[in-house]
Design a protein around this ligand. Structure first.
Ligand SMILES: [Zn+2]
Ligand SMILES: [Zn+2]
Length: 364
């Protein structure tokens, strides 16, 4: 034991780590002059404060209560550590990387009054001691909400830039996206700003055309907010984003899994090619409680159903169709001639066209 300290200069951290505490107590003199140029770690412990100075500045802008840390150190540290351990037959002690990591965790904990958490830390610090760099990633936040769309001609989703197909170019300011307003762009912008985040991914419960309104209790969505700095921001239940309003907003403790089944109440204005006979229109009642079969898809698909049907003649070649249906039915196809059976055009023996399709309610 004493031999290692005679032959090699070790810092106090490496000494403590490699040599048993009981030995050090009885030979406290030999561990006194432990200064400068540690054989194993080249006094890396003395450099930690200056590295952390940088990191503290960065993590200052993050809300977090827990963190975890990933560390990269020069391989030569580990090699010298292993060399001494095998030469002096030292077993069952932590390695140099572990030791540096623990020291960093101790310091960060103390300074930021937070704790280490391996399972689900609020932030993850990747520290590279080779080049002194560090990267901070924050755990995503999940938000549930519903939206109403009160005017037409706003698409639901962001579209890729047509000039670059989403790669990013001068036309799209390197965002890869068309700079048109969409429900997605409005919600994303709102949530990005709210949580000071990089990016927002939205999982929609169903979709609509840009010409459709979304009324009633609104369409539900789940948003994943990536790398949020302000994790603790309070989220108001409702928020108005001009023509799109959000409500029932709330943070979710975990990511929702899989797809969510839902039903829609829709109101469709339909134009017909031939004149409508009122008697003929009564056939629409047959649609109540029928299953929709999609002949173009394989049969593994979940069966979709129409639950309720109401209709009203609006003119010689125009009628209104109100449906209560399972989510995910391509409603335009259901009205116009298509691979769906039954479908409205076929049933009425009169080619039909979707003029207007609005969502009155979406039920999850
Ligand atoms: Zn050392
Ligand atoms: Zn572009």
């Amino acid at each position: 034991m004493s031999k290692i300290l005679k032959d090699y200069t070790l810092c106090k951290h490496c000494t403590r780590r490699l040599i048993s505490q009981s030995y050090l107590k009885t030979h406290s003199k030999s561990s006194k002059s432990l200064k400068s140029n540690c054989f194993i770690c080249k006094d890396v412990f003395d450099t930690l404060d200056s590295i952390l100075f940088d990191i503290y500045e960065k993590i200052n802008s993050f809300d977090f209560k827990t963190f975890n840390l990933g560390l990269t150190i020069k391989h030569s540290y580990l090699e010298r550590d292993d060399y001494l351990k095998s030469k002096f037959k030292i077993k069952g002690v932590e390695n140099i990387k572990f030791s540096v990591s623990n020291e960093l965790i101790k310091k960060i904990s103390k300074k930021t009054k937070t704790v280490k958490n391996i399972e689900e830390p609020d932030i993850f610090l990747q520290i590279n001691l080779k080049d002194g760099s560090s990267v901070i990633r924050s755990k995503p936040i999940f938000v549930y909400g519903r939206y109403n769309k009160k005017i037409r001609n706003i698409p639901q989703k962001l579209k890729s830039c047509t000039s670059c197909n989403g790669f990013g170019c001068h036309n799209c300011n390197f965002t890869g996206l068309e700079s048109i307003e969409s429900v997605e762009s409005k919600i994303s912008y709102f949530l990005k700003k709210k949580f000071d985040a990089n990016r927002v991914q939205i999982n929609w419960i169903g979709g609509e055309d840009q010409s459709s309104l979304v009324l009633g209790n609104g369409r539900p969505f789940f948003a994943k907010i990536l790398n949020p700095k302000k994790r603790n921001r309070l989220l108001q239940k409702s928020f108005d984003l001009e023509n799109v309003s959000l409500f029932e907003l709330r943070k979710l403790p975990i990511q929702p899994k899989g797809s969510v089944p839902f039903k829609s109440e829709v109101s469709i204005t339909i134009d017909t090619k031939k004149l409508i006979k009122s008697l003929n229109l009564k056939k629409l009642s047959l649609l109540k409680n029928t299953e929709i079969i999609n002949n173009s898809k394989d049969k593994n698909n979940n069966t979709k159903r129409i639950y309720d049907v109401h209709y009203k003649k609006l003119g010689k070649t125009k009628f209104l169709l109100d449906l209560f249906v399972d989510g995910g039915i391509p409603l335009k196809s259901f009205v116009q001639n298509s691979d769906l059976t039954p479908n409205v055009s076929e049933l009425l023996e009169n080619p039909c066209f979707c003029k207007k399709l609005d969502f009155k309610n979406i039920i999850v």
